[in-house]
Design a protein around this ligand. Structure first.
Ligand code: UD1
Ligand code: UDP
Length: 367
């Protein structure tokens, strides 16, 4: 079976590491993977570092689309992906998450009848002003195989009318939904020990043996709205009077808040995945608007203050391991101080058994 995997943004490159590893270890005789990097992310620390560190094969194609408006970026990707699909004639296309690279892959493939496999299907914020919400809905409805990482994702698809107990043959008109756990959990388990052994990030940032809070920020609704951005940065400044904050800064945020500084806030370039895991594992608390970082904080049993009004990962809020604080300075500070004083102790297993990749590959072969 030949699959074409589309990656483009940082989290997709990281997710692809889990699937590529499982193919290499268990399915090399049955699955040939062709990797297409759209070039959505292109700085070394947003892309190449993950190939070097996580053992992902070098992409077979790089479309080099770069940054642009949604329409232009998605159009360039769609054109490039369609050409690759026509040349490679794969049996399936594999798409991750909800970025413009995901959307372009879904549209290009479904129109020329290449079955779409969507990993991280079914998630909804119920906020269509998020570009990601549009991307996920379109991709789910173009898919033949949908893998939901959580029960909430599965229930969302059921509510949208996806068949649940249907038999094959499966197609875009008779899609199959599986709830199978989270591929990012596979990665966090796999790389956790390695992160401890291989990275010096705590030493490099002067954080060894020191309590600190890890923060990330990149959602366009936060970076591109000065009031929201200021409120969040003011909350960071205020909180840093009590505890050091380390903030690996996404390039989108750097463009809008590159001059931000506060005495006890360590602003760094984006870090590698192993470094990030190490920072997550040793943090007292995580503040973030990232989908992936919300989950990883849960994997490593750290409380999380979510810098958004809603989340797709509703289960972690329901367990009170995470709190929605939006871009509200007071709420961010209240939730942070509460977690620092009374860290949650209960982190029930929500994200599978760490073998989601193998499950998905088995189902792809059966399809
Ligand atoms: C994208 C995804 C978002 C995901 C995030 C992960 C969409 C619509 N958004 O958001 O869902 O959470 O990736 O990080 O697909 N830039 C650089 N260097 C890079 C990449 C980007 O400088 O290597 C800058 C450019 O100024 C660019 C801006 O960051 O305009 C935004 O990049 P883009 O890929 O459009 O969106 P993200 O905010 O990264
Ligand atoms: N990440 C990383 N270095 C950083 C920030 C994030 O390796 O400096 C990783 C993080 O551990 C997670 C993924 O990138 O696995 C999340 O990506 P991001 O926050 O960019 O996007 P989202 O998950 O919100 O789509």
């Amino acid at each position: 079976m030949k699959i074409v995997t589309i990656i483009g943004a940082r989290p997709q490159i990281i997710k692809a590491a889990a699937l590529s590893r499982a193919i290499r270890n268990h399915y090399a005789d049955r699955i040939h993977e062709v990797i297409v990097h759209t070039g959505q992310h292109y700085d070394d620390n947003m892309s190449q570092v993950f190939f070097d560190e996580l053992g992902i094969p070098h992409p077979d194609y790089n479309l080099h689309v770069g940054s642009a408006t949604h329409g232009v970026q998605t159009a360039r990707m769609t054109e490039g992906i369609e050409k690759v699909l026509l040349d490679e004639k794969p049996d399936r296309i594999v798409l991750y998450g909800d970025t413009n690279s995901t959307l372009a892959g879904a549209v290009a493939a479904s129109k020329i009848h290449v079955p779409v496999v969507h990993i991280e299907a079914g998630l909804r914020s119920f906020n269509k002003s998020m570009p990601e919400e549009i991307n996920r809905i379109v991709c789910d409805h173009c898919s033949t195989l949908l893998f939901t990482p959580t029960k909430a994702g599965f229930d969302n698809l059921k509510r949208e009318g996806f068949p649940i107990d249907n038999d094959g043959p499966y197609s875009i008109d008779n899609p199959k939904v599986y709830h199978c756990g989270d591929i990012m959990y596979d990665n966090s388990l796999h790389f956790s020990t390695l992160a401890e052994q291989k990275t010096q990030v705590l030493k490099r940032l002067g954080l060894e043996g020191k309590p600190y809070v890890l923060a990330t920020l990149h959602r366009d609704s936060n970076t591109d709205c000065p009031e929201r951005l200021n409120a969040i940065l003011e909350a960071f400044t205020e909180l840093s009077k009590d505890i050091t904050i380390v903030l690996p800064m996404h390039p989108r945020t750097r463009k809008k808040a590159g001059d931000f500084h506060a005495d006890n806030v360590i602003v760094t370039e984006p870090v590698s995945f192993l470094e990030m895991i190490q920072l997550e594992k040793h943090a007292r608390l995580v503040l973030t608007d990232s989908g992936g970082v919300q989950k990883e904080s849960y994997f490593f049993q750290k409380p999380c203050v979510i810098l958004r009004p809603e989340t797709e990962w509703v289960e972690i809020v329901e367990t009170d391991a995470a709190t929605l604080a939006d871009a509200d300075k007071t709420k961010i500070l209240e939730a942070s101080l509460r977690y620092l004083q009374h860290p949650p102790v209960d982190f029930p297993a929500l994200f599978g058994d760490g073998h989601a990749a193998e499950f998905m590959l088995d189902k792809m072969i059966q399809l």
